[in-house]
Design a protein around this ligand. Structure first.
Ligand code: FAQ
Length: 333
């Protein structure tokens, strides 16, 4: 039996009264806070939504290495280089946990990677902006990893077990990433006037794209209502974006920097900052593939995949031989 779908603004959600017995039982488990595990029964919509979100998330981690990788050879000290290398390596690890979590839903990693390389799959808009100066590395840690943590802490409690568990470790590592970014910004802001200006310029360029990371406004978010019903999303895009603004503005003040938003204003009644309009045309343009670096990012990923083919083939041949050897030894015993 198919559940009836009902329009709720931009989204559609399943009406409980119209659910079949399996769907109802599934939703009741989610409502009771019981984690869904790979071998449990789940609706096709839930499976597809998770494959979409987890794979986009994995792609973001992998593509997200590229803007920072641009500065490994130019880090200003050995200490900063070691920190940056460790961070970029962590991002690769996050991608791997996430691809593994997606695979538990019955999709192959090769298909997911194929979708990224063909331009079919999305990844976070933020990684399509260039890293023009060393201060951009600080701004990414502070604002981009800071936003990633705000978005990902609730995901540690999401309904799908493998995704929730992967997020626990990811969030711990993101916390280190965010601190190193703020520490870098602090060093620049306590440095020469030119260094402080470099930090301000990075904040100017990364502020608005960081706010866009949280996705379209709630009114425009097509997936939110259903993902909230399935407890994949525990907070809305706008709620998380507001948390990011409320957290980052005092941090910018401490650095002595100005947030590039003339409409930014503290509202004592709501206890939140009010902020200006996001340029959604820019956001849509970037996710359509027309941001400043989209083409470069995909080209770099495809090249890395092609360059690594001989190594993957070698690993597969070695694994096959090891399996054959183990089978021969077992037969002989
Ligand atoms: N960029 O209906 P909604 C990181 C798409 S990891 C591109 O609201 P949903 C770590 C969305 O996919 C950063 N596309 O969608 C790091 C959907 O299109 P679709 C990644 C976006 O899924 C730091 C359409 O718009 N984090 O930074 C974006 O309910 C430093 C409608 O949107 C995650 O992936 C965007 N910003 O909510 C690494 C977290 N926003 O798929 C390296 C997990 C929206 O229907 C260095 N993901 N879209 O064709 C999520 O929480 C959610 O997927 C949202 C979007 C909140 C991103």
């Amino acid at each position: 039996m198919y559940a009836q779908l009902v329009e709720t603004g931009a989204s559609q959600v399943q009406v409980r009264e119209e659910m079949g017995p399996l769907e109802r039982r599934f939703q009741e488990r989610i409502d009771a806070g019981i984690k869904i595990e790979p071998k449990d029964w789940m609706t096709e919509g839930y499976r597809k939504t998770l494959i979409r979100q987890i794979s986009q998330h994995a792609h973001s981690e992998i593509v997200g290495q590229l803007p920072e990788g641009n500065w490994v050879t130019r880090a200003p000290s050995l200490k900063r280089k070691a920190i940056l290398l460790a961070k970029i390596q962590d991002e690769a690890g996050h991608g791997l946990y996430l691809y593994s979590a997606a695979e538990t839903l019955g999709v192959s990693r090769d298909r997911l990677i194929g979708d990224l390389h063909s331009g079919k799959a999305k990844y976070s808009s933020i990684f399509n902006y260039p890293t023009l100066t060393w201060a951009d590395i600080g701004a990414i840690g502070w604002l981009v990893d800071g936003s990633a943590i705000i978005n990902q802490i609730p995901l540690c409690r999401c309904s799908y077990g493998p995704y929730a568990r992967a997020m626990v470790r990811v969030c711990k590592e993101e916390s280190f990433h965010s601190r190193q970014g703020y520490d870098l910004m602090l060093a620049l802001c306590r440095g020469t006037p030119e260094q402080k200006q470099m930090a301000q310029d990075a904040l100017n360029r990364w502020w608005w794209p960081s706010l866009m990371m949280f996705g379209p406004s709630d009114a425009e978010s097509v997936n939110s209502a259903q993902s909230a019903q399935w407890r994949i999303k525990l907070f809305s895009n706008d709620e998380l974006r507001q948390k990011m603004v409320d957290q980052s503005v005092p941090q910018a003040e401490y650095l002595g920097l100005t947030v590039p938003d003339p409409k930014l204003k503290w509202n004592a009644e709501t206890g939140h900052y009010e902020f200006g309009d996001i340029d959604w045309a820019e956001f849509h343009n970037v996710i359509k593939g027309n941001g400043p670096c989209n083409r470069d990012r995909l080209r770099a990923r495809v090249k890395a995949w092609e360059d690594g083919e001989w190594f993957r083939d070698g690993l597969s041949a070695h694994a096959e031989k090891a399996t054959q050897r183990a089978a021969t030894t077992a037969q002989a015993a």
